[in-house]
Design a protein around this ligand. Structure first.
Ligand SMILES: Cc1cc2nc3c(=O)[nH]c(=O)nc-3n(C[C@H](O)[C@H](O)[C@H](O)COP(=O)(O)OP(=O)(O)OC[C@H]3O[C@@H](n4cnc5c(N)ncnc54)[C@H](O)[C@@H]3O)c2cc1C
Length: 384
């Protein structure tokens, strides 16, 4: 494995993101208290950066810094800004309106008309989006999902089922829902769905960590889905539903690792400020910095091969463990009253617990790594 050194272009992106991170932190507690009261937060500079870095060039206005451009699509670019912004606040990063996960899927699996439909809807923003895979009791084993796309006519399907723990589940206006048209693994498809459709009911879930993600439950009772809204119609069956989901998980998993590293570094730096000689500080910070490099390397690997999720899995396992250690160590280092005296530390320790579950738990990542070693090639895979 090589160490990724940020070149001038990436260093400029890192600097720009770091500049806006402080503003995110100023909004973090208010968002945590009320994840649905988004109005006071909409003008933060980081939301503009995220929107411009995640919207494809033909639908948006890509970020430019001096002579450098940052069109959507590079994993390494995304990880560089995600980590810096998470140092400000990961909850705020996840609360940003924009294309988000479904945007990645639509760009990979959507035809021209579907991409246009989705990105135009999001561009009318602020619009939040959802990516609905998980079902009650079927989280890690997403391939066992039961939500169904029933064909009513050749041109119309009806969507039935329940999705749970979905980011923006009750806040999103448009997104993708995964469901099966039959019983086999290739029958799982991704459908573009609007929350305003009849039969769609999103309900907020009360959560403890990463409340900015606004997790919700989505109940689908006969939601009409025109056949033209099924993604990947132009691709062979093996390149449709779960294949697309796996590619999105590969792409997003190191982003969760970046969120964890940023949050861990925030904990470490709080101790550095409050108790500069705290035992263990340098070791905790060094472990997080090592994870930063692993995250960057995972991004560079994905930019070379979208189907190779091995480093994504490794980065997520390492980063979540390092962030968990950093949070616990910070609380121990600052003493028994730390969680009361430092409300953001209290929030970060809650947020860190949630990273474990996003885009597959550490157990599932270990299974992916073991399988790819046995197969002898880079099939990091996703949750399914
Ligand atoms: C902040 C946050 C945001 C999320 N956003 C989304 C979203 O936008 N869209 C979406 O679809 N989902 C989302 N999720 C859900 C997330 O993907 C699931 O929580 C995750 O897949 C785990 O599923 P589960 O919670 O049902 O846990 P389970 O699958 O029930 O796992 C429980 C425990 O069992 C272990 N386990 C399970 N299977 C195995 C196995 N085969 N071998 C060994 N151990 C195993 C796990 O490691 C875990 O420790 C989100 C979750 C969180 C916390």
């Amino acid at each position: 494995m090589t160490v990724v050194e940020l070149d001038e272009r990436l260093a400029a992106l890192r600097g720009a993101a770091a500049e806006t991170a402080g503003e995110l932190r100023a909004h973090a507690s208010a968002l945590d208290a009320d994840p649905y009261g988004m109005k006071p937060h909409l003008d933060v500079a980081a939301f503009d950066l995220i929107r411009r870095c995640t919207t494809p060039e033909r639908f948006g206005d890509p970020l430019r810094i001096g002579r450098f451009g940052y069109a959507a699509g590079s994993s390494l670019d995304t990880l560089v800004w995600t980590l810096e912004l998470a140092y400000g606040d990961a909850g705020m990063v996840l609360a940003a309106p924009g294309p988000s996960l479904p945007g990645i899927l639509v760009d990979q699996l959507g035809d021209e008309a579907q991409q246009e439909y989705f990105h135009r809807a999001v561009a009318g923003g602020p619009v939040w989006t959802f990516f609905a895979v998980t079902e009650p009791d079927r989280g890690s084993d997403a391939g066992a999902m039961e939500s169904a796309l029933q064909r009513e006519t050749p041109e119309l399907y009806r969507l039935h089922g329940t999705k749970k723990y979905i980011g923006n589940g009750a806040r999103g206006a448009i997104g993708v829902v995964f469901a099966r048209t039959g019983s086999g693994p290739l029958s799982i498809r991704a459908a573009l769905v609007e929350a305003a459709a009849p039969g769609f009911h999103g309900q907020a879930l009360e959560t403890v960590g990463l409340r900015g993600a606004a997790l919700g439950e989505i109940r689908l009772t006969g939601v009409p889905v025109p056949a033209e809204r099924l993604l990947a119609r132009h691709l062979p069956p093996t390149r449709r539903g779960l294949w697309g989901a796996v590619r999105v998980f590969n792409t997003v998993r190191p982003q969760v690792a970046a969120l964890a590293v940023g949050t861990g570094l925030a904990c470490a730096d709080l101790v550095r400020t409050e108790r500069p000689n705290a035992p263990g500080l340098e070791a905790v910070a060094a472990r997080l910095e090592a994870c930063r490099h692993l995250v960057y390397e995972a991004g560079a690997a994905l930019d070379r091969d979208r189907d190779d999720g091995r480093l994504s899995s490794a980065a997520k396992i390492a980063a979540v463990a390092a962030a968990r250690e950093a949070g616990r160590w910070a609380v121990r280092s600052l003493g028994p009253a730390a969680l009361v005296e430092h409300p953001l530390l209290e929030k970060w320790t809650r947020d860190i617990c949630a990273f474990e579950f996003m885009e597959g738990t550490s157990d599932i990542q270990r299974l992916h790594l073991a399988r790819s070693l046995v197969r002898g090639r880079g099939q990091g895979g996703g949750r399914p």
